[in-house]
Write a protein that binds this ligand. Structure first.
Ligand SMILES: CC(C)(C)[C@H](NC(=O)Nc1cc(F)cc(F)c1)C(=O)N(CC(=O)NO)CC1CCCC1
Ligand SMILES: [Zn+2]
Length: 185
């Protein structure tokens, strides 16, 4: 099982690499790794297991965060409107996005970053993602709000981008005027 010991922290070069496409159909090994990434998120959100294995509760994980420079991400969360998202995805790609922006009023953190980095992280408010799931289905997923933020955060990891790269260093709590907060009303 994946534990916090398997999660690389900022400073590790793999977090700044552009991850490689996974050749499809995926090898048994790639499929198992992606399943383990999804299982980490489920375990981390289970009070008992998270406590027993000292797991930081996560909503998303990208393969580079376990030292694997491959275009694979896992997400597992419920959004502000109680909609559930649970996916293991190969080669996710943002194929279109809104002009409007969004951000979390709490800012963002990262399983690979053991410190608080204050500031708003501007994201696209709506995105359409194409990817292949664990069953080999080609998906086209339209996302908005918190879900759009999580997917953008994870896909950024595949391109060597960390959330704080988006924070305005002069004015960390400034946001583009066409951005609205993603938090629940
Ligand atoms: C870094 C961390 C603070 C752990 C963040 N979790 C989070 O924002 N909230 C959360 C997590 C739960 F499991 C259950 C719950 F109710 C709330 C997170 O998982 N990530 C994923 C990550 O680091 N991926 O690489 C960071 C989030 C910041 C915005 C989107 C993802
Ligand atoms: Zn992260």
């Amino acid at each position: 099982m994946i534990t916090m010991d398997d999660i690389v922290r900022e400073g590790h070069p793999v977090l700044r690499e552009k991850a490689k496409e996974v050749s499809l159909p995926p090898s048994k090994e790639d499929k198992e790794t992606l399943e383990e990434m999804l299982q980490y998120l489920k375990n981390s959100q289970d009070e008992e297991i998270a406590t027993k294995y000292n797991l930081r509760p996560g909503v998303g994980l990208a393969a580079p965060q376990i030292g694997l420079s491959k275009r694979m991400i896992a997400v597992h969360f419920v959004d502000f409107n109680e909609k559930e998202y649970s996916y293991g995805l190969f080669n996710p790609k943002i194929v279109s996005h809104s002009v409007e922006g969004t951000y979390l009023s709490t800012g963002e953190g990262c399983l690979s970053v053991d410190r608080e980095v204050p500031g708003y992280v501007p994201r696209y408010a709506r995105i359409t993602v194409k990817a292949t799931d664990l069953e080999g289905n080609e998906l086209k997923i339209r996302l908005k709000g918190y879900a759009a933020i999580v997917f953008q955060h994870e896909i950024d990891h595949l391109n060597g981008v960390m959330f704080y790269d988006h924070i305005n260093s002069e004015e960390p709590f400034s946001i583009p005027e066409n951005a609205s907060v993603a938090d629940p009303e």
